[in-house]
Design a protein around this ligand. Structure first.
Ligand code: DX5
Ligand code: ZN
Length: 217
């Protein structure tokens, strides 16, 4: 699969989200970081903003829920217009049931792992998912430095996906930039979230093209 680039609106201007979505035309997905100030020490947005954004752009929304009790909230993000919903396995009470519910509601189901969470415990769940997100920083803030120690886990996860013959996507999120994206791609990631590397650039749409070309190299 060609590399997919998902700009994270966490680094965009929240008062101009519709324009910021237009600024990355050509991006595969728009990454929407939902933070609840409990699972992570930061607070961002909820379903009303997702609803408005879904109406304002044709780019499909990839909602990354950094919140407690995703079992209760994730389905509401599908209803709000998200085409992909990612919950954290560290917070989910019943990840299999939750993944099935997200899929049944018509969105892609994804599960995220923090940097210190091992993939091996979750091997059996992989067929229930459309995407796995391996965090390459501790979740909570944009603009953090990429954690190289996550690369072996990306590699092991890619091997597990191949061994099980699955079609699922492998996403990385945190510190992805022109300096780090090739390492992630080489390790086996195929979906790349980039916040500051896209919205911190003079021309965000061009930054998306450059990142995609680097990942595909
Ligand atoms: C961090 C968020 C990321 C964040 C990435 O917890 O999940 O999506 O926006 O920002 P950068 O690309 O700047 O590291
Ligand atoms: Zn994210």
């Amino acid at each position: 699969m060609a590399a997919q680039i998902n700009p994270s609106i966490l680094s965009a201007d929240f008062a101009r989200l519709a324009e910021e979505a237009k600024a990355v035309e050509g991006a595969d997905w728009l990454h929407v970081d939902v933070m609840d100030n409990h699972f992570v020490p930061n607070l961002t947005l909820g379903t009303p903003v997702v609803e408005s954004l879904a109406r304002a752009t044709d780019i499909p929304l990839d909602c990354h829920l950094m919140m407690e009790d995703p079992d209760r909230w994730a389905p509401q993000y599908v209803e709000a217009g998200a085409s992909s919903v990612t919950f954290h396995v560290e917070a989910a009470h019943a990840p299999i049931r939750l993944a099935r519910e997200i899929r049944a509601k018509g969105a892609r189901a994804a599960m995220a792992l923090k940097p210190a969470t091992p993939i091996e415990s979750y091997e059996d769940i992989l067929p229930e998912l459309d995407m796995l997100l391996i965090m390459t920083v501790e979740p909570g803030f944009g603009g953090q430095a990429f954690l190289d120690i996550t690369l072996p886990k990306i590699r092991r996860t890619r091997e597990l996906i191949a061994r099980h013959g699955l079609e699922m996507w492998l996403q990385v999120d945190g510190g992805v930039s022109a300096e780090t994206i090739e390492r992630c791609a080489e390790a086996g990631a195929d979906v790349f979230v980039a916040g500051s590397a896209v919205y911190g650039a003079k021309d965000p749409a061009e930054a998306v093209r450059v990142l995609r070309a680097q990942a595909d190299r």
